[in-house]
Design a protein around this ligand. Sequence first.
Ligand code: PXG
Length: 303
Amino acid sequence: MGNFIFLNGEVVPHDEGKVSVYDHGFLYGDGVFEGIRTYNGRIFKLDEHLERLYFSAKALMIEIGMSRDELRAAILDLSRRNGVKDGYNRITVSRGVSLGLDPRNINGPATVVVMNDALSLYPRSMYENGLDVMTVSTRIPLPQTVEPRIKSLGKYVANIQAKIEANRVNAGEGLMLNTQGYVAECTGDNIFIVRRGEIITPPSWAGILLGITRNTVIELAREQGLTVREDIFTLFDVYTADECFLTGTAAEVIPVRTVDGRVIGEGHPGPVTRSLMEAFRELTATSGVPIYGENATAATGVG
Ligand code: PXG
C-alpha cells in the first residue's frame, strides 16, 4: 500500500514524487491539508473533508487548481491503484513555488499531493483503559492571528510544540488551553466531557479545529437521545467530569482516564463514552465512499 502518490495531476511512484525546495509549504508552512481514513475499502467522510480543505484554501486565498470533484476522483483513483483497504489519506496543498513570502511572486499552480499510508494508532489497551492526558503550556494561537478552523500547515508548529511537551511526561495527549485559559482541544483531537448526563464540548470560538469526528460524534449522540451542548469550560470542569473522551480522525473516539493526574469519574471508560465508541465503530464499518465495486464507478464518474 502507498506505492504511488498523486502529485500535481500525475500518479507517480512515491519515491519519485519530489516537491521543490522553493515550495511555499516547505518555506513558510503556507498551505492546507487533510487527513482522511479509509475503512474496509470506503473513504470515511470524504466529502466533509474535501469541503473543509476547500474552505481552508478559500480563506487563505490558495487556488487549488482542481475542482472538488476532480480532486475527489483523484483520491479514489489513487486508492484503487494502491489497492487500499484500510489506511490514511493525506491531502496536502501548498500555495505554489517561489522564494519570498509575497504570494504575488508565485506564477505557477498550487502544489497538490495525495498520499496513501498507514496511521500509527494508539494501542488497543488505551481504548480499553483510557488515555492519560496532560495540560501543556503552549496555548492555542489567537484566532485573529491564526484561524483555528483553517487546517493550515503553519498552524501545526504550535501543536507539535505542545506534543513535545506531552511526550516529555509520557502523556497520551497534550491538552491545549486558549489564551483566556479555557479548554480548547488536544494537539490532534477534540475534547468532550460528560457532566450530569450532558455532553459538553468547546465551541468553535474557543479556538478549535471543527473536527469532522467531533461533528459525527455530536450527531451520533443526538441520535441516541443524549444532550450535547457546545460551551466554554475550564480545567476544573474536566477534573470533576463524570467522563471525558477525545475525538479525531486518527484516534477515533478514545476515553480519557486521567487529566493532570486527576482520575476522571470512575477511572475507566464510562457508559456514554462506551456507547459513542461503539456507535462510531459501527458507522465507520458501514459508511463511506466506496473505492471499489459498482458504486465506485458512480462515485468517481466525475472529472
Ligand atoms: N484538532 C486538531 C488540532 C487536529 O489536528 C482534530 C482536532 C480532529 O479533527 P478531525 O477532523 O480529524 O476529527 C485534529 C485532527 C496527524 C493527524 O497527521 C492529525 C489529525 C487528523 C489526522 C491525522 O497526526 N488531526
